[in-house]
Design a protein around this ligand. Structure first.
Ligand code: ACO
Length: 386
């Protein structure tokens, strides 16, 4: 048998047929269901984009109203989930809490396996997806209260998805402009073809496991610093740099040590990630508002982008989505360790769209390997091993 071709990191290897999103990495283009990300960021809402990703078409007004009403109605989680969260260490990372709490939803809302009939029942799958999308922000915001010893703030059904999340984080109804900025961030993070966490979705979906396991697994994959965890790392890096003057020296030292600059580089984009440009624009929109305290980080970020461009652009390494999102959330007053959970909240729509797409044409993933180990070894009893 001919030896299989091994592609480290599966670079360039298609693992599915998908109609959900498309990237042109050399032109810096991203589309969801055929719509350019810039257009969605300008005109859509997270609720509409999530339904577009799930169903494939921009919804009619009644369908959107019903999806939005469903999200608002299913934000609350069972009291037992709160009890479970009470026993988690408050010093734990919120992504670890989220991974665990989302996996536990499968026990509190049992759905152990999907029958053939259920897999073909689109409204049933839609309802399951909608409930998961509704509950992830609740869990994140509950944790933000509970880890400081406070009672969670109940969701407010009068507020949209982004505004309600900000409300549950702080107890204050957010300024509509801030809510819209977060809404756009959620649109930008909602989907991105077959990255590491979405591939994890495909693999676990293909076993017909319940969608809570699917999404919990994806959250685990997203948490890593090479993936969604980079947004928190970016802010740590900018804080460590501390001033615009220190930027060139810091980058030179880091690159000389062959270390990565957080928030730069991408497997697919060889030009600037279009989401980075939109996020930078949002940051400018936020910074232009009166009363904003901390713009120093944004100044350092812009200096890093410039200096990194001089050093790395020739290698096709540019700012990615994580570079400005962390800065933006930080300036919005959101705690740094919540950046990646917010990414997960947004991405749940894309993950669940891939879950549904996988179920519609399923075959279990079972790749192979190039075995580089030994064969036929004789067992040596413990007492005789040197
Ligand atoms: N800083 C400096 N050099 C970099 C960076 C970076 N951020 N990213 C890639 N490179 C260099 C590598 O050192 C390597 O150089 P070499 O060929 O001289 O050895 C070359 O570019 C290729 O890098 P790989 O890591 O092999 O690229 P890969 O496609 O496997 O990884 C990744 C992509 C993981 C995103 C990488 O660019 C990286 O680690 N970036 C920093 C972390 C980050 O920002 N992650 C978020 C990505 S977006 C997202 O997941 C939501």
């Amino acid at each position: 048998m001919a030896e299989a071709i091994y592609a480290p990191g599966l670079e360039g290897v298609p693992v599915t047929h998908s109609g959900i999103s498309h990237i042109d990495g050399s032109a810096g283009l991203l589309e969801y269901r055929g719509y350019a990300i810039e257009v969605l960021a300008e005109h859509s809402s997270y609720e509409e984009t999530a339904l577009l990703l799930l169903d494939g078409e921009l919804p009619q007004a009644t369908a959107l109203a019903s999806f939005d009403a469903g999200l608002r109605a299913h934000r609350r989680v069972k009291y037992n989930i709160r009890e479970l969260m009470k026993y988690m260490p408050v010093t734990g990372h919120p992504m670890d809490m989220l991974h665990c709490a989302v996996a536990s939803l499968g026990m509190f809302y049992p759905q152990q396996e999907l029958s053939d009939a259920e897999r073909e029942n689109v409204p049933h799958l839609d309802a399951m997806a909608m409930r998961i999308i509704a509950r992830i922000p609740t869990i994140v915001a509950m944790w933000e209260q509970m880890r400081y010893g406070n009672d969670p703030i109940p969701p407010n059904p009068d507020l949209g998805h982004a505004a309600n999340f900000l409300y549950m984080l702080s107890g204050q109804e957010p300024d509509p402009e801030l809510a819209r900025i977060l809404d756009i961030c959620l649109i930008l993070h909602a989907e991105h073809t077959i990255n590491a966490s979405t591939f994890a979705v495909l693999v676990s979906s293909s076993t017909l496991t319940n969608p809570y396991h699917v999404i919990a697994g994806a959250i685990g994959a997203l948490a890593g610093p090479l993936h969604g965890g980079a947004n928190q790392k970016v802010v740590e890096m900018l804080t460590e740099i501390g001033s615009v003057e220190r930027v060139p020296g810091y980058l030179d030292e880091k690159l000389a040590r062959k270390e990565k600059i957080w928030g730069f580089g991408h497997r697919v984009y060889k030009t600037r990630d279009p989401r980075a440009g939109i996020l930078k624009g949002l940051m400018e929109r936020l910074a232009a508002r009166s009363g904003l305290k901390h713009t120093r980080l944004f100044e350092i970020a812009q200096a890093v982008e410039l200096a990194a461009g001089e050093r790395l652009a020739s290698k096709g390494i540019h700012a990615n989505v994580d570079f400005y999102s962390g800065v933006l959330y930080h300036e919005m007053g959101i705690k740094d360790d919540l950046f990646t959970p917010i990414f997960a909240m947004a991405r749940s729509a894309g993950w669940l769209a891939h879950w549904r797409e996988q179920l519609a044409n399923n075959r279990i993933f079972r790749p192979t390997q190039v075995y580089v180990g030994r064969h036929g070894k004789a067992y040596v009893p413990l007492a005789e091993r040197g």
